[in-house]
Write a protein that binds this ligand. Sequence first.
Ligand code: SF4
Ligand code: SF4
Length: 135
Amino acid sequence: MSYKITSKTIDDNLKRKVSEISGQMASKCFQCGTCTGSCPMIEQMHITPRRLMALLQWGQADALRNVNTHWICASCHVCQVRCPRGIEIPKVMEALRLIKLRTNENYIEPSNLQPEEIIDLPQIALVSGFRKMTS
Ligand code: SF4
Ligand code: SF4
């Protein structure tokens, strides 16, 4: 997924909000890619964690709105343990989710689930999915 960064698309408000909620400074990231190389969920993500950090550094709120990376993140903390800059990346992912959920928009809509999906999915997966992805 490509994205063109221009001065018109820069929104520092998002970076500030993420920093307030997560306590993490995206600007500390020096784009080594260790997080991406360590992430077990990478194949399901629209963009890599490294790229997400780059878009955040550049305040690319529109681009981040349309990617699933922070929703797919399993909060396994592997990237955090390996990040040479000590960035707690799962907290950044959580902040991005919270910012969206605080607008009362759900990432998954429980009422759209089909009965066969509800029967097949483990209860614990449903509950944790609703807690993470609904407002
Ligand atoms: S591991 Fe840390 S420093 Fe390296 S790209 Fe990821 S967030 Fe940035
Ligand atoms: S915490 Fe999220 S982004 Fe980091 S390695 Fe685990 S799944 Fe990937």
